[in-house]
Design a binder for this molecule. Structure first.
Ligand code: ZN
Length: 336
């Protein structure tokens, strides 16, 4: 075992004691797309003892451009991402306990998933679940590493509960959530998530070995421009999560879906949404969907599904009662 990690234990920041700490650690990675596959690969290779990977999706061809753990065989076998990741990584390091879990992480199950974890890593593509991770990690005093990438840029920050500012503090101060860009509308080039996922992995290693120099700043990068910036984020006095009010965890905030009986539609309510510019949304959706809109509503059709979006963030998905499909389409194309 020591031989496998010899180049890593030679590194002063880790050493043999750090290696033992990695081996005794348990991390939970929520979301296994571009960021999640980078993080999972790095931490399994580094010898983190237990790695849980949670994701709700299956692999599609347009994922292969940036989700570096997956291949065409996985698509032919119709494997969920969590299971494909587990299979590939088992071959990389059989001494790590790897568990792939196919699930939609929500307020009813997140506490069970993160219970007993030393660290939670964000490999998500939507804001709502990040607010949920933030609440759950603050409540259970578990550090977590936020990461997001889109287009050629990305950002990351380490959140140590009740020490650093939390993700809701960051989101307010940086106006995160005011944009409606998602990877499905703005696109993404792989180096952006590769850089952010790598920075998240370094933070994970530092936290797990107990290094003092964990990053307390918000880091933003642009891979195309070659820029790297750091921002100090002060905790906000009016932050409800910092004050122990966990609105997302209690199911009071965020996206809620309801199948409307007899109408064969699902309604999506987004409590976190601010006023949505339908004109901007239409511009982002045009390259990937059929879009019509006026000042009252926007309708778009993608993969045979029609969704109607209203300026208050509410949406209706037609001709289905599948609530998880509605949540997924909303997160992908409207951006929750
Ligand atoms: Zn806060």
């Amino acid at each position: 075992m020591i031989d496998r990690y010899s180049r890593q234990t030679l590194f002063q920041g880790i050493g043999e004691e750090g290696q033992r700490k990695l081996g005794d650690s348990r991390v939970v990675i929520i979301g296994c797309g571009a960021l999640g596959t980078i993080i999972a690969t790095t931490l399994v290779r580094a010898g983190v003892g237990q790695v849980q990977i949670i994701d709700r999706d299956f692999i599609e061809y347009h994922n292969l451009q940036r989700q570096m753990l997956f291949d065409e065989d996985d698509i032919r076998e119709q494997l969920p991402k969590a299971i494909a990741a587990q299979r590939h990584l088992k071959k990389v390091n059989s001494s790590v306990e790897i568990e792939g879990i196919v699930a939609d992480v929500n307020y009813t199950n997140i506490e069970r998933f993160i219970s007993g974890a030393d660290l939670v890593l964000d490999g998500l593509d939507n804001l709502e679940t990040r607010f949920l991770i933030n609440d759950a990690c603050l409540k259970h005093n578990i550090p977590w590493v936020y990461g997001a990438a889109i287009s050629s840029s990305g950002m990351t920050m380490t959140i140590i509960p009740h020490v650093t500012s939390c993700f809701r503090c960051v989101a307010v101060s940086q106006n995160i959530g005011s944009t409606i860009l998602t990877c499905d509308t703005a696109g993404v080039i792989s180096p952006a998530p590769f850089i952010i996922g790598s920075l998240q992995s370094v933070e994970a290693m530092k936290i797990l070995v107990g290094a003092k120099e964990t990053n307390r700043d918000l880091i933003t990068i642009d891979a195309w421009q070659g820029t790297f910036h750091r921002f100090k984020i002060a905790p906000r006095e009016d932050c409800s999560a910092c004050q122990g009010k966990y609105e997302f965890l209690e199911g009071e905030a965020g996206v809620r879906t309801t199948a409307l009986c007899g109408q064969n539609t699902v309604q999506v309510l987004n409590h976190a949404a601010k006023h949505l510019s339908l004109e901007d949304l239409a511009a982002h959706l045009k390259p990937v969907a059929e879009v019509t809109y006026n000042e009252y509503m926007l309708s778009f059709t993608v993969d045979g599904h029609e969704m109607i979006v209203f300026p208050d963030g509410r949406a209706i998905l037609r001709n289905t009662t599948d609530e998880s499909l509605a949540r997924a389409l909303y997160a992908k194309y409207v951006g929750a």
